[in-house]
Design a protein around this ligand. Structure first.
Ligand SMILES: *Cc1c(COP(=O)(O)O)cnc(C)c1O
Length: 319
């Protein structure tokens, strides 16, 4: 038995997007609402944390530590999970403390996380340092990996694929935002194990195609042994489109602004400025280029992230 604590709101619904589909004159469009997984506004990290928190508990840990960007969804949800299950939480965030905490950072504080500020190239050293210090003080820290993306976290998306198959909804493509690779690796492995015959396409948020393909293939292969016999995935079995990653992480451009506006205007659906806005911009571009056949069904797997809409920086850029 793989240790798991069930707290996510599952299964997440799958909904049609008829008005967006019509506006684009595109293929059939569905959305899987993993922005509604529960735990502090939800998002894809909830599924990963069901397994990561269970592992931390089993190890007798008293503190969760993790790292991320200033507006990290992963850190917000890790802090919430720590609060819910009675762990201390320490977050190493890249950046400088703003005069006014907003959005995810404000939530980190409400959940009682202790924040350590880092410059980017010292992030990992500071994380190790923090971990070692806690050990030396007699604590039992548990390191939640960056983005929750190791073979434990990826299990969340292996079972998400099983859940999706059980919902009996046919789709030719599954499309989503991919960055640290745990979501992608879980879906790739799950597709293999649970016989999903459509294609699993990750839109890279911030990594070159080859880098992400290698990372996801390695992680999917590692995760396979948690589920049964080892399966080796090759990088070229992993579908990545990195055409939209060029501006860099967290940089809002016109295409993200457009996708956020279109989803809002036609479906009353909220995307986030960093991940789902960019992956949806990729989806819109691929539809307009005729990449999909008109009779195909595309499932956009919404990974959450909307609290970042209320980060001061993005409010200014979106208003
Ligand atoms: C973390 C995150 C992703 C990327 O998932 P990975 O498993 O890190 O690739 C996508 N969308 C949102 C909203 C996220 O917070």
């Amino acid at each position: 038995m793989i240790p798991r604590i069930r707290f996510a709101h599952l299964p997440t619904p799958i909904e049609p997007m008829p008005r967006l589909e019509k506006a684009l004159n595109g293929p059939h469009l569905l959305v899987k609402r993993d922005d509604q997984t529960g735990l502090a506004f939800g998002g894809n990290k909830t599924r990963k944390l069901e397994f990561l928190v269970a592992e931390a508990q089993a190890a007798g840990a008293d503190t969760l530590i993790s790292a991320g960007a200033l507006q990290s969804n992963h850190c917000r949800q890790t802090a919430a999970a720590a609060a819910k299950f009675g762990f201390e939480c320490i977050l190493v965030l890249v950046g400088e403390p703003p005069a006014q905490a907003s959005a995810n950072l404000l939530l980190d504080q409400l959940f009682g996380a202790k924040i350590i500020w880092a410059v980017k190239n010292q992030r990992d050293a500071l994380l190790t340092d923090t971990f070692d210090k806690l050990l030396a003080q007699g604590h039992k820290p548990y390191l939640v990996p960056y983005g929750g993306s190791n073979s434990t976290g990826a299990l969340g998306y292996v079972f998400a694929m099983e859940e999706f198959m059980g919902q009996g909804v046919k789709s030719d493509w599954v499309i989503f935002a991919s960055s640290s690779g745990g979501t992608h690796a879980g879906l790739v492995l799950g597709a293999h194990l649970f016989n999903y015959f459509g294609r699993v396409l990750g839109i890279s948020i911030d990594e070159p195609q080859a880098v992400l393909q290698r990372r996801v293939a390695t992680l999917a292969s590692e995760t396979s042994v948690r589920m049964g016999p080892h399966i080796e995935f090759a990088p070229d079995q992993v579908l990545v489109n990195a055409d939209y990653a060029t501006p860099g992480y967290g940089i809002l451009t016109d295409v993200e602004r457009e996708s956020i506006q279109l989803f809002a205007k036609y479906e009353g659906l909220l995307l986030d400025p960093v991940y789902t806005g960019r992956s949806a911009a990729g989806l819109l571009d691929l539809i307009r280029k005729g990449f999909f056949k008109k009779e195909e069904t595309i499932l956009f797997w919404h990974t959450g992230g909307q609290p970042a809409l209320f980060a001061e920086k993005y409010q200014r850029e979106l208003a």
